[in-house]
Design a protein around this ligand. Structure first.
Ligand code: GN1
Ligand code: MG
Length: 358
């Protein structure tokens, strides 16, 4: 991609000497690279180019990152398996560097003993991944949420996401619109089914906490014993409701299929995974959640799968200018799969309620 990495790396306060740079991870928004150190006794690093089309408040996002990682660092003591990300400063003490082509870059220490997975390997990983995200809520519970910037306003506001879809429809090409017409109908139906929760969210009836807001299964790192050890990708960590994290984690961590599963028959749910996810997530925070939070928790996976579907659909109609795609119809496939999951999770709401209440 013609990036002169050395020109960026040299501005950061790193140890050793970087031998080579390789692409890292499966994020859809930022570009991520691993910096491999030449010196065995010096660490590797993780370098990211922040997507400025998506993130307009990069200063606010970096302020959040520093506040959260500092807070989590203080919690590491006595918490032997849970670690925080470590951002690396530039020589002038900033945690960002702007390159000549106006891109923002940042660097973290690379956590070489920890690993992420796009899908849970087995039921223990479902439990542990969920527990890691629950732990994040717990550790941030004594942090003053008002100190955090709202990095992307209305990020998980379903009504506004539907409005964006409707305005994308007005501009989209007819072929794409007609391909999606049955999805539009199902999305509206799901929206109506979730109305009570949506109204409660819009009326601010649910407690605002520090939430991660992007709890995909691959944003949790595991140690070699399969224990969740670190929550990564804090870009959208900001004030939110616990349902965003619980729901988003469930739609990726407790399912059988990929986010863009093409084979409709493979889009299924299994009770044991849902159960493991609920139990893992609630383990660290069962004493913390209020009755109104618990009331809407069973609808959260359906809510989050619907919002993802609407966002993927919007991007498909906008000719794929937001999410990274690997094949032409990927956003359509993602939208179709997430909509199906929204329906399936809705059917599981009583099952989830039973697990939560026992
Ligand atoms: C994006 O880049 P990544 O994979 O961390 C998106 C999330 C979506 C996710 C869907 C800022 O996250 O909201 O859930 O893709 N992040 C942003 O896979 O839009
Ligand atoms: Mg992300």
């Amino acid at each position: 991609m013609g990036i002169v990495f050395d020109e960026i790396i040299k501005h950061f306060d790193i140890n050793g000497e970087i031998a080579h740079v390789s692409p890292h991870g499966n994020g859809l928004i930022n570009k991520t690279f691993r910096l491999h150190n030449k010196q065995a006794n010096a660490p590797d690093y993780l370098m990211q180019r922040i997507n400025g089309d998506v993130f307009h408040d990069i200063a606010g996002m970096t302020s959040n990152l520093l506040l959260i990682t500092t807070h989590l660092k203080n919690k590491e003591v006595g918490n032997n398996s849970f670690v925080s990300l470590t951002p690396v400063a530039t020589h002038s003490g900033e945690f960002l560097f702007k390159s000549n082509d106006d891109h923002f870059w940042r660097i973290f220490l690379f956590l070489k003993d920890l690993i992420s997975f796009d899908k849970a390997l087995n039921i223990e990983y479902v439990y542990e991944g969920a527990k890691g995200y629950g732990q994040f809520i717990k550790e941030m519970n004594d942090f003053p949420v008002e100190k955090l910037h709202v990095v992307i306003p209305d990020f998980h506001h379903l009504g506004k996401r539907l409005e964006q879809l409707n305005s994308a429809k007005e501009r989209a090409n007819l072929e794409r619109i007609s391909k999606c017409s049955s999805l539009f109908e199902v999305a509206e139906l799901q929206y109506d089914r979730l109305k009570e929760m949506i109204t409660s969210v819009n009326e601010n009836l649910l407690p605002i906490r520090v939430t991660h807001n992007d709890t995909k299964f691959n944003n949790i790192l595991f140690d070699s014993n399969g224990k969740s050890a670190c929550v990564v990708d804090l870009d959208t960590a900001m004030p939110g409701i616990v349902h965003y994290d619980f729901g988003d984690g469930m739609r990726t961590g407790a399912v059988e299929c990929a986010e863009d599963e093409n084979d409709f028959n493979k889009i299924t749910l299994k009770g044991d995974k849902i159960k493991a996810y609920c139990e893992g997530y609630l383990n660290p925070i069962s004493d913390l959640l209020t009755s109104i939070e618990l009331k809407f928790l069973p609808l959260a996976p359906s809510y989050m799968a619907l919002i993802m579907s609407v966002r993927f659909l919007t991007d498909y109609l906008n000719n794929d200018n937001y999410y990274r795609i690997e094949y032409p119809e990927q956003n359509y496939m993602r939208a179709r799969c997430q909509l199906k999951l929204s329906e399936l999770f809705y059917e599981q709401r009583e099952f989830i309620e039973d697990i939560i209440s026992t």
